[in-house]
Ligand binder design. Structure first.
Ligand code: IMP
Length: 407
């Protein structure tokens, strides 16, 4: 069975926690896009793991993890991340594999990425991890794949510095690089989780272009990024927060505004610890945007939702969600493509009474306060997708599961 986990907002939705939770019963976890621009946090009892490249299933000792074909990977960052895991008592040797079709981020790409972004009229706010440059060179057919590392002669001419860099990692990569398509053909009766990075709204095609990442971060990237066809994907779980955040620039119609919303932005950022895992940047915060969430559900075939950070609202008297956009006096129900419309649209807000109660130890849906359930049901009816997973805290144990995914 092949289950996809995709971010249904602008990234940072809590995918790491959901992947980790479902990986308990998975055989394999394959990350399908992006690179070290991602930051997935997993909390198990007193231990916190921050992952950038390695799929979140790594914490379970018996799980095989794969870095998929559409990923862009800096071998140095990868080896450092694996060393940190080893130091934290996670043994990884023999169960971490890299698709031979994935591309390498080479030295110099990160600096070029940052230089390119700061030269833009409006910078995108890239994480500076060389992601855009690597994907651009791939499209330009000047990239280096992991398979190429072992060829006696390479198609493109690399400078001496890049050659020396590749040489220094060749032997440590040797046992990890493999053909993911051949591997997947042997996974027919296995439980495979496909871990997305970033989110639908940061996807190169479906997102708020050009304020997006350069990879295929929507669910359809799961097939391309792992060497299978789209009909082999059995379900898509869209992860979203009870509010919305965004890092970097770009339109964000439901973003909190001080003149309208007072210090809500600051309050949510502090309660929800909304600072980037990769860059430490404070995240922009806003109301849950149901217009964009419904768009994500439709374009990414999301058939289950995983709602995270619901507990962040525990102390609120009132909770609001964006149910439409108002632009030049008319209401828009569908997520627009134009950046001009998205940037000047006003959110149409619907109000819900807060539950004013600590929900962090609720273990079942029925034990949630009625007002929290009302908020959840409204989301479900607006998007027409059930919220099958609800997270009420960062720990693995603080998760409400309303359906069994692997049967
Ligand atoms: P890049 O992927 O580093 O080029 O960044 C492009 C845009 O995507 C910037 O606005 C980043 O802040 C954003 N971005 C990239 N990766 C993530 C992520 O994992 N979470 C949230 N935002 C991201």
């Amino acid at each position: 069975m092949n289950l996809v986990i995709v971010g249904a907002q602008w990234g940072d939705e809590g995918k790491g926690k959901i992947v980790d939770y479902l990986a308990r019963d998975a055989d394999t976890v394959i990350r399908y896009s992006g690179g070290a621009n991602a930051g997935h946090t997993i909390v198990v009892d007193d231990a916190t793991y921050k992952l950038h490249l390695v799929p979140s299933g790594i914490i379970y000792p018996g799980t095989t993890v794969v870095l998929g074909s559409s990923m862009v990977i800096d071998p140095q960052s990868l080896m450092e991340e694996l060393s940190r895991l080893e130091a934290a008592g996670i043994s990884w040797k023999g169960r971490v594999f890299i698709s031979d079709r994935a591309h390498l981020v080479l030295p110099g790409y990160k600096e070029r990425d940052r230089e390119k972004d700061s030269a833009r009229k409006t910078p995108l706010g890239t994480t500076g991890r060389g992601i855009g440059i690597t994907y651009a060179l791939k499209a330009f057919r000047e990239g280096v794949r992991f398979a190429d590392v072992f060829d006696s002669e390479m198609f493109i001419d690399l400078d001496e510095k890049d050659k020396a860099f590749i040489d220094s990692y060749r032997s440590s990569l040797k046992s990890m690089v493999f053909d993911v398509t051949a591997f997947m053909s042997g996974q027919k009766n296995k439980r495979v989780l496909f871990e997305g990075a970033q989110g639908v709204l940061l996807d190169l095609d479906c997102g708020t272009y050009p304020y997006v990442s350069s990879g295929c971060s929507s669910s359809f990237g799961a097939a391309a990024g792992t060497g299978i066809g789209p009909r082999d994907l059995d379900g898509v779980i869209g992860v979203f927060k009870a509010y919305t955040t965004r890092v970097g620039n770009g339109p964000f119609p439901s973003e909190f505004r001080e003149d309208r919303d007072g210090n809500l932005g600051h309050t949510i950022r502090e309660i929800g610890h909304e600072y980037g895992t990769t860059t430490g940047r404070p995240r922009r915060c806003g109301y849950l945007d149901l217009v964009s969430l419904r768009y994500a559900c439709r374009t990414a075939s999301i058939d289950s939702l995983a709602l995270t950070h619901l507990d962040v609202y525990d102390t609120f008297d009132e909770i609001k969600a964006c149910v439409g956009y108002r632009y030049k006096g008319r209401e828009i129900a569908d997520f627009p493509t134009s950046n001009e419309v998205l940037s000047s649209a006003e959110p149409v807000l619907k109000s819900f009474p807060g539950w004013k109660q600590d929900i962090s130890s609720c273990g079942t849906y029925d034990s949630l306060p009625e007002r929290a359930r009302t908020y959840v049901s409204f989301i479900e009816s607006f998007t027409a997708v059930p919220a099958d997973i609800i997270s009420v805290g960062s720990n693995r144990s603080q998760t409400i599961l309303r359906k069994s995914f692997w049967s």
